[in-house]
Design a protein around this ligand. Structure first.
Ligand SMILES: [Zn+2]
Ligand SMILES: [Zn+2]
Length: 448
């Protein structure tokens, strides 16, 4: 069974022989790896950024009055989530953080363990207008900054982009037929990486609710007509309410309820459509929170601003899990403000693009360094007369270990008999009714 104590996949064999075997077979589907990077379970991903949605506020609202936030509650209960992810450590502004979400790059910092030029370098919070793009306006050492849209589109799948701020035209322009890179993968799907794009932004704070709602309607139309593999949706409500009425104000809370309503419409549309149901995942995050000592979100080192939610929902999502449990290179940061060099990196909004790609079974964005690494989970494959433990081969090395005591015992590394095949490690053993209970687990291999 999965041993959640150490966080890694762990299975157990033994005790009362055949009965337990039968129980195991019944439980085997639970042990399937959750969306291991080697195989995506989703045909469609809707990647949502709720502008200015602070993790501290959302967490409090859900704890105090869950009935008023039914869609967020569903995401938290049926999916894996954290309210304690981070925005970029150096800039907590909208345009730079969305650049990170789409490229998997930090805004400014070059992590010392990264060997290529990592920051996207787009530090302004406006659209500088043509001829400027993310490529020629940002970090000049990276003349082309590939995005989630490049990977999905170049793999021959469709993409859509919906945003509620006019300055997001910079993203559309950066990946259009003139500025997108030539297709790097398989058949030539052209240079325009966004198959559909729409921006609705007019009328200021009085109209943001209607703008966001209209955008969601466009998303639902697109999902029902020809669902894109990857849909990016930005809604502006919480940010606008935060700026006008302050983060945490009744008006801000109401704007978060509006986001819940948008999310509820999307969930309902997914469930009502057989082409989407059980095949569509949602990744939800925010560019930044807000309500720091400036009353806004200009201090990336202040907790209400740097704390944001990151939620995953969809097929095979482990219900009710802390999102941090799913990744081997991310760690719950508590209340700390950590830069991109901290040894234990928190989950960030800049991870969300690569999470969407992993859910689709696609590789990470070229040049991205914000790449969460899924923990491998042990899978049981019963075969005639033997049992097979399988786990995906990943970049980091994991060791299979066994123990004859469930806790406090000595774990022994299994060095022999592991066969690598089609991206999976497999270890076969013959169950014996005479054996005492035997436990297996995966642990990160010690550094040589
Ligand atoms: Zn923003
Ligand atoms: Zn703002």
């Amino acid at each position: 069974m999965i041993d959640s104590q150490n966080g890694y996949g762990s299975v157990r064999w033994g005790l009362s022989g055949l009965k337990l075997w039968a129980l195991w077979l019944a439980l085997a589907p639970i042990c399937l790896p959750f969306l291991a990077s080697a195989e995506g379970a989703a045909h469609h991903v809707v990647h949502i950024s709720a502008d200015g949605l602070g993790g501290v506020y959302l967490k409090e609202y859900l704890a105090e009055s869950p009935a008023e936030f039914p869609a967020f509650r569903r995401l938290a209960r049926q999916g894996a989530c954290t309210f304690n992810a981070r925005c970029d450590s150096h800039l907590s502004l909208t345009e730079p953080n969305h650049s990170s979400m789409l490229t998997g790059r930090p805004v400014l910092q070059q992590p010392t363990n990264v060997t290529f030029s990592a920051p996207h370098g787009f530090t302004v919070n406006y659209d500088p207008g043509p001829p400027w793009t993310l490529h020629n306006f940002g970090n000049p050492a990276v003349p082309y900054k590939a995005s989630v849209f490049d990977v999905v589109h170049d793999h021959g799948r469709s993409t859509a982009f919906f945003a509620a701020k006019e300055k997001f035209a910079m993203f559309v322009r950066s990946y259009d037929a003139d500025h997108g890179a030539p297709d790097a993968v398989g058949p030539d799907d052209g240079r325009n990486k966004m198959d559909w794009s729409q921006i609705i932004d007019w009328g200021g704070p009085d109209h943001v609710r209607r703008n966001d709602s209209n955008l969601v309607s466009r998303v639902l139309e697109r999902l029902s007509a020809a669902p894109p593999a990857y849909t990016f949706l930005h809604v502006a409500g919480p940010d606008i309410a935060g700026h006008y009425y302050l983060w945490g104000s009744p008006e801000y809370r109401q704007a978060v309820r509006e986001v819940d309503r948008h999310l509820g419409r999307i969930l309902a549309a997914i469930e009502a459509n057989p082409a989407l149901s059980n095949r569509t995942a949602i990744v939800l995050t925010a560019d930044h929170g807000g309500g720091d000592s400036s009353g806004s979100h200009v201090h990336p080192d202040e907790l209400p601003t740097f704390t944001i939610p990151l939620m995953l929902w969809g097929p095979e999502a482990p219900a009710g899990r802390d999102l941090y449990d799913l990744f081997s290179n991310r760690a719950e940061p508590g209340a700390q403000h950590l830069d991109h060099d901290a040894p234990r990196q928190p989950l960030r909004n800049g991870d969300s693009g690569n999470l969407a790609l992993a859910l689709l079974g696609l590789p990470a964005i070229p040049g991205a360094c914000l790449v969460p690494e899924w923990k491998p989970r042990l899978r049981i494959e019963p075969a005639a007369g033997t049992m097979v433990l399988a786990w995906p081969v990943t970049a980091a090395a994991f060791d299979l270990e066994y123990s004859d005591v469930s806790s406090g015992g000595r774990w022994t590394r299994i060095a022999e008999g592991i066969v690598v095949e089609n991206g999976w490690n497999r270890f076969s053993f013959t169950p014996s009714l005479q054996l005492p209970a035997r436990f297996y687990r995966l642990v990160r291999a010690a550094a040589p």
